[in-house]
Design a binder for this molecule. Structure first.
Ligand code: SF3
Length: 496
């Protein structure tokens, strides 16, 4: 049964809930095939239960018997299984909050599984909690408890992924990442999947091209294992939503390993050079599957890159990265000295997703306006709103310079922010995580920011600002509950 739970989260080699994360996969054919594989496995599970005289989960529910034979029947199911089913707006809202959290959790588990790290208890929780979203008998109290439990599971999943990443690639270390370009053509790798990047780097050795990271792949440069590839040149561009302009000027092939894809304009010449793999997909983009030998073959991309021009420069210089928990622990002494001397008075966790809405530039203004004795702890693509600002350093009494933006990595690396907070709490002898001089402002756009939020709530963090606005799926009743229990507010509400 445990093995089946793991398989259910990665239908047919593709991570099923991860595929439905915002901006990961726009290919209806792929998603329908995933649903049909899921239905086949449901039948397998039912037969397995019947053979062992076991209770069939949710046997009497619609989810256990639903069997669409056509695309039309599939789409018609929306009224019965869609987001707006049911009349209680708070139950709908909690179910959607749970679903978002589970998709984020599935993403972490998938990345860890790609690195060979699986946890049966986490896989089983994911399967059971997904089944709970189809249970019409769960009331608001039961769903609230499940949402908060999902936050606890998220902390465990983030620890699993952190161990998988650092076990394979080493602990991230402070690194100056180039943001200019070289003389050779390149391949641009976007998304979050480090294993894909590793395979591409291996296959493109000595091929006369360079590999560039984009958006959430930037933190790869900080891992010791990735530093051994001299053709991992640097990072090109910014957060996901600027990809039309940046992909055009890159002039070489692009590989999407996960979210976030922006549908290309009809006349976009770069569209012919985009490839997807893993959870990512878009109609018309070529998809690279893992072969029966367990390997992804990137030869077509590499050959295409060899015929391309080098990228046009967008900017030049370097940006610092690599402040994950192990590196921050190494800097703990000067950080504590700076706190005790009064040179460092406050931290602001500014993490999560970036987006194209104009009000997101408020994060840049906010970062610029912070007092010079404040350090930003960041992770996720939200960082691009302030990671290229010259905010300077705080100098500890012993002379060590502490940058005012400490970038822990991808949204997947938010675990590092938790570890840093717990490290400071213990070092400062505090009882409660909320006694730390830390403010939290989480920028959300997709499901992985939601699971980070649930993890922080599970740890008891109070007064988080979520922005730029609260998710539309939070009903007034659920938003009020989160405000009363956790002090959660929208950035908008705080600014008003
Ligand atoms: Fe960004 Fe899509 Fe969420 Fe990984 S790449 S944080 S939005």
């Amino acid at each position: 049964m445990h093995g089946l739970a793991g398989r259910m989260s990665r239908l047919g080699g593709r991570p099923a809930p991860f595929t439905t994360i915002t901006n990961a996969n726009f290919d209806d054919v792929v998603i329908e095939a995933q649903i049909r594989r899921g239905l086949a496995w449901r039948l397998e599970l039912q037969q397995h239960c019947a053979a062992g005289a076991l209770l069939v989960p949710l046997a009497s529910s619609h989810a256990a018997s639903w069997c669409p034979t056509s695309r039309e029947q599939l789409l018609a199911a929306e009224a019965e299984i869609g987001v707006l089913r049911g009349s209680d707006s708070n139950v709908r809202s909690l179910r959607e909050l749970l679903t978002y959290g589970l998709k984020g959790l599935a993403a972490y588990l998938h990345h860890a599984a790609e690195l060979g790290s699986e946890d049966n208890a986490l896989n089983t929780f994911l399967a059971q909690a997904l089944a709970a979203t189809a249970n019409p008998d769960l009331d608001g109290a039961a769903l609230t408890a499940l949402v908060l439990e999902t936050g606890g599971q998220a902390v465990a999943a983030m620890a699993l992924l952190d161990g998988a990443n650092t076990g394979r690639y080493g602990h991230p270390e402070v690194t100056q990442v180039r943001i200019g370009v070289g003389q050779r053509p390149g391949i641009l790798v976007s998304g979050h999947d480090l294993v894909d990047l590793e395979e591409l780097l291996e296959q493109s050795r000595e091929s006369g091209i360079d590999i560039y990271t984009h958006s959430e792949m930037l933190p790869a440069h900080s891992y010791p294992a990735f530093k051994t590839y001299p053709h991992l040149y640097g990072n090109y561009g910014n957060a996901w939503w600027q990809q039309h302009r940046e992909f055009t000027s890159f002039r070489g092939p692009i590989l999407f390993t996960t979210n976030c894809i922006v549908p290309p304009p009809k006349d976009a010449a770069y569209a012919a050079m985009v490839f997807t793999t893993g959870a990512a997909g878009f109609p018309g983009y070529r998809h690279i599957e893992r072969g029966s030998d367990g390997r992804k073959d990137f030869a077509e991309l590499i050959a295409l890159a060899q015929r391309c021009a080098p990228p046009e420069p967008l900017e030049k210089g370097t940006i610092p990265a690599g402040f994950a928990h192990h590196q921050v622990e190494a800097l703990a002494a000067p950080i504590l000295e700076a706190i005790h001397s009064g040179a460092l008075k406050r931290f602001v966790v500014m993490a999560g997703c970036d987006g194209r809405q104009p009000q997101r530039s408020d994060y840049t203004r906010y970062a610029k306006a912070l007092p010079s004795d404040t350090v930003i702890l960041t992770a996720g693509c939200a960082k691009y709103r302030y990671n290229k600002l010259d905010l300077g350093v705080i100098t500890a009494p012993g002379g060590v310079a502490i940058p005012r933006v400490l970038d822990a990595g991808q949204c997947n690396d938010s675990y590092s922010l938790v570890r840093t907070a717990l490290l400071l709490k213990d070092a400062l002898g505090l009882e409660n995580i909320n006694d730390l001089p830390i403010d939290y402002t989480i920028a959300w756009y997709e499901q992985k920011a939601v699971i980070v939020l649930l993890a922080l709530l599970h740890l008891g963090v109070q007064n988080i600002q979520l922005g730029p606005t609260l998710p539309a799926f939070l009903s007034p009743g659920v938003a009020q509950l989160l405000q009363e229990q956790f002090g959660l507010r929208s950035v908008e509400a705080v600014a008003a």
